[in-house]
Write a protein that binds this ligand. Structure first.
Ligand code: PEP
Ligand code: CO
Length: 392
């Protein structure tokens, strides 16, 4: 049966998509089922209130940023954030990157018009190129292989670097040590081609990441993305935006975690400061009425995007902090464990978001704007937010 799938590229030659999928199917998975199971174990602890998740990375990874200096800056920043959170919250911190696969983007419009010319929108380097030309914007399935190989290189960099980072952990939280990886389960031909049956437990695992999430624009319970996610054993995130209702959330939890397993579902709340006070209590109430264990994370980025006068997308550090603070306050007031942060950030010294200790202004935003999609916290803002979250 064919389920309607939102946000998929219009590939000019479906036969070549199938050919690339065959190559991916013949390639080894990027992460083994055993590591996915370790993540589930760690998430069970978080679900019991014993741990805090830091899920973070680029909005969209760019192929040309698959570089040693970019990775080491990212790893240093995440390590610093982890230390600050661990100290501030007195809890082990579980690191999940938006990395090694975060190459596909949902778009609000399938086409972009510039000087009267209409071309397909940029959907991330796994689909097409950012440059505004027919050649760049035509979706190219070969790019899925480019993504797969760069994801393998990225994972290798993470593994080489995390070896030196586990010294502070104790035996009981060793499942918290690795850098786990995640991305939005958006481009179905890629994720499904890397999904494998694990003979040991007879379950299907998405071998392209330890965990994947359901984006806000592809979350219709009866459609293809939910249908795909319901078949895999990986932990799954669900983005909850302002349009999420109690009824829809109930349906999604029923479909994605019918047996109410702990450590399976992360609800990633991205309401924005304008809606969180009103909407988060309704979502909490909806979940409280079910027997479904979930971990609550805050994504304080996607509900707080604004434009500068010159038209650049930005987010204000103070607003981002305020959403985190409100999230922690609202959950704690109801006796619910705040399970973590989901951030768009980089280890580089960019000027994409305003505010923070560097006092970046609207006028500064264009100076070092490297993101191809949404604005990210820079290194200093990321550390500052981790420090503040420990105090909230
Ligand atoms: C994202 O996390 O980059 C994203 C597109 O988020 P959302 O689906 O919440 O809009
Ligand atoms: Co984004």
């Amino acid at each position: 049966m064919q389920f309607p799938a939102q946000q998929q590229p219009d590939y000019p030659e479906p036969a070549s998509v199938r050919y690339i999928q065959q190559q991916l199917q013949a390639s080894p998975p990027l992460v083994p089922a055993s590591e996915i199971q370790s993540l589930t174990g760690a998430l069970k602890q978080v679900s019991d209130g014993q741990g805090f998740i830091l899920q973070c990375g680029d909005c969209a990874e760019a192929f040309d940023q698959c570089r040693e200096d970019v990775f080491s800056a990212w790893i240093d920043t995440v390590s610093q954030m982890t230390a600050l959170l661990r100290c501030g919250l007195s809890q082990p911190v579980l690191k999940i990157g938006r990395i090694a696969g975060q190459y596909a983007k949902p778009r609000s419009s399938p086409d972009e018009v510039c000087n009267g010319i209409s071309l397909p929108s940029y959907r991330g380097d796994i689909v097409n190129g950012h440059g505004f030309s027919v050649a760049e914007r035509t979706p190219d399935p070969q790019r899925m292989l480019g993504a797969y190989h760069r994801a393998a290189v990225t994972l290798n960099a993470l593994r080489n670097n995390s070896a030196g980072l586990s010294s502070e952990s104790t035996a009981t939280d060793s499942v918290f040590d690795p850098f786990y990886v995640s991305h939005e389960a958006l481009l179905l031909p890629y994720d499904s081609a890397l999904t494998r049956l694990n003979p040991a437990d007879n379950q299907w695992y998405n071998g392209s990441a330890h965990t994947v999430w359901l984006g806000d624009r592809t979350s219709e319970p009866s459609q293809a993305h939910v249908e795909y996610l319901r078949g895999i054993a990986n932990p799954v995130g669900i983005k909850c935006g302002p349009s999420m209702t109690a009824e829809k959330l109930g349906k999604l939890l029923q479909r994605l975690n019918p047996h109410n397993k702990p450590g399976k579902i992360m609800l990633i709340v991205r309401l924005g400061v304008a809606h969180i006070r009103e909407k988060l209590p309704l979502l909490l109430q909806a979940v409280a009425g079910l027997n479904s264990p979930v971990i609550w994370l805050t994504d304080p980025m996607h509900g707080n995007t604004r434009s500068t006068v010159s038209g650049l997308k930005t987010r204000d550090f103070g607003t981002v902090c305020e959403e985190v603070r409100l999230f922690m306050q609202i959950l704690r007031a109801q006796g619910v464990h705040p399970g973590g942060l989901h951030l768009e950030m980089t280890g580089r010294d960019v000027t994409e978001c305003t505010g923070g200790l560097q006092k970046i202004t609207d006028d500064d935003v264009g100076e070092r704007y490297e993101s191809l999609c949404d604005p990210r916290l820079n290194r200093s803002q990321s550390a500052e937010l981790a420090g503040l979250t420990g105090q909230f």
